[in-house]
Write a protein that binds this ligand. Structure first.
Ligand SMILES: *[C@@H]1O[C@H](CO)[C@@H](O)[C@H](O)[C@H]1NC(C)=O
Ligand SMILES: *[C@@H]1O[C@H](CO)[C@@H](O)[C@H](O)[C@H]1NC(C)=O
Ligand SMILES: *[C@@H]1O[C@H](CO)[C@@H](O)[C@H](O)[C@H]1NC(C)=O
Length: 461
């Protein structure tokens, strides 16, 4: 009898050790990748890495790669995923882990972290960041310092319990029509606001990391092995200016980044000998600059010695050397559109995404030639917003926008410091209440002693 009892005990112990097939342990990983071969390959590698780890640990899991599984959905806003994930996994899984492609996952550590949470509760876990002051990128939403609103840094991954997923999916199906007509500016923030509207707040956990340290379960890992750095001369920098701002703004870009750009032109409504501006024959407009930008695109399409076009404002600060490094990861013969991605009604069939202009719009020469073709992208009027209209043209031409968190529509102070960690930024925008020379030295100039970029930031882009 004793022998039988011992066998039973051993068997029961083994069951509890290996009984990972029960519902509580089922994981769904979603890799939200950008649409280009570079990003897709990284997503594939991460997916097979996670699958291997899950086999080794005996943890059942499903891995989705967004560009493959939902190629037509605006998954980058998160919302269209909710109902799909809930329908497919809402009754047989416990955790949904949202990742980007430049990530290392340590599944065993992740299991260890999630053991301390109950998968039957609505839970939202990640690397929490918060605004220190009201900021334009969040529509100047009031900041409550006693009870700050926490939102996730999506680069470090985030976890939803399935009860939360199901609740969000239901609420989204109830309210999607109201939200869908709006702008998407900061997807991770706007998603967290929606989660908050379902009475759930983000829980911060140190295991979701921007930099390698002990205990990290998910780590941002931006290592990209790319070809030779793009030559400065291969990038045509097109600066959009107008008479009103020549004296105020052009000396600033001349003293900062323009000297690193060997191939550029300042496009204005007049030819100003003092600054060597080029007139495109388009009168200045108060509002958007569609006419001006399309004239630039048509002109650059004719330039033979150019591989890339960077369209920037006269109050954009940009690092030419970091852009050159970044572009070495892409092929200028492909249709490439790169920058900070925003959306307008992005979750609806009629909506679209676009590159927000102030942070810099980067196009491959092949795409420039395509956009310059008659009928491809004709502005309905000169003064509609160029960046949004280009987004519509790109959608029409089925050219995906590659989002990069290195480009910024706002000033450095408009972002929580945590979001500026871990990567070397490529651009910022606007001089309002800012000392632009100092901001450039601090955030964008690799040669400046004021910059602290070398110390605690990955040197790869
Ligand atoms: C997963 O990727 C990490 C980081 O690249 C690597 O150290 C680890 O060995 C990989 N695991 C498997 C199972 O492939
Ligand atoms: C749950 O069920 C769906 C089909 O209903 C299946 O695709 C999925 O692999 C199952 N497992 C998990 C972990 O979601
Ligand atoms: C969605 O709407 C239904 C019916 O109006 C309601 O019963 C349910 O509570 C709503 N769910 C959420 C999460 O708002």
């Amino acid at each position: 009898m004793d022998f039988l009892r011992d066998v039973l005990v051993v068997w029961l112990l083994a069951q509890s050790m290996f009984c990972t097939g029960q519902e509580e342990d089922n994981f769904v990983f979603v890799i939200l990748n950008q649409e280009s071969s570079l990003h897709y390959n990284a997503a594939q590698q991460l997916a097979s890495n996670i699958s291997l780890q899950s086999k080794q640990l005996g943890v059942p899991c499903v891995v989705h790669v967004s560009s493959e599984d939902w190629p037509t959905l605006a998954t980058w806003t998160y919302f269209p995923l909710l109902e799909r994930l809930s329908d497919q996994h809402g009754s047989n899984s416990s955790w949904v882990v949202l990742l980007e492609e430049w990530t290392t996952v340590r599944l065993e550590k992740l299991l260890g972290i999630l053991q301390h949470y109950s998968p039957t509760l609505p839970l939202f876990i990640g690397r929490a960041v918060k605004d220190r002051e009201e900021t334009i990128i969040h529509h100047f939403a009031r900041v409550d310092h006693d009870h700050p609103f926490l939102y996730p840094d999506s680069r470090a991954g985030m976890v939803l319990s399935v009860p939360l997923l199901n609740r969000l999916a239901q609420r989204w199906s109830n309210t999607s029509m109201q939200i869908s007509s709006d702008f998407t500016i900061d997807a991770q923030y706007e998603f967290a606001k929606f989660v908050q509207s379902c009475e759930t707040e983000l829980s911060h956990h140190e295991g979701f990391c921007m930099q390698e340290k002990p205990g990290c379960a998910v780590v941002f890992n931006p290592t990209r092995k790319c070809e030779e750095v793009v030559q400065a001369h291969d990038i045509h920098f097109a600066v959009k200016s107008c008479t009103q701002f020549h004296a105020e703004r052009l000396p600033i870009i001349q003293a900062t980044w323009l000297k690193d750009a060997t191939n550029y032109a300042i496009y204005s409504d007049v030819e100003d000998a003092a600054f060597g501006t080029v007139s495109l024959g388009i009168p200045n407009t108060e509002r958007g600059h569609c006419g001006k930008t399309m004239a630039i695109i048509r002109r650059v399409a004719q330039l033979t010695s150019v591989q890339w076009l960077a369209v920037v404002d006269d109050d954009t600060l940009i690092s030419v050397s970091r852009l050159r490094t970044l572009l070495s990861c892409y092929n200028s013969k492909d249709l490439v559109a790169l920058g900070e991605k925003y959306g307008y009604g992005a979750t609806t069939a009629r909506g679209y995404s676009y590159i927000t202009g102030g942070g810099g719009m980067i196009f491959s020469k092949t795409l420039v030639e395509q956009l310059a073709k008659p009928g491809m992208c004709e502005c309905p009027s000169n003064d509609i917003p160029d960046d949004m209209f280009l987004g519509m043209c790109l959608k029409h031409a089925s050219v995906p926008i590659i989002h990069s968190s290195l480009f910024h529509q706002g000033r450095p102070v408009d972002y929580p410091e945590e979001l500026l960690e871990g990567e070397l930024p490529v651009s910022f925008h606007r001089y309002w209440m800012l000392e632009p020379m100092q901001a450039f030295a601090r955030w964008l100039d690799d040669n400046s002693p004021a910059g602290d970029s070398s110390s605690d930031i990955h040197s790869e882009l």
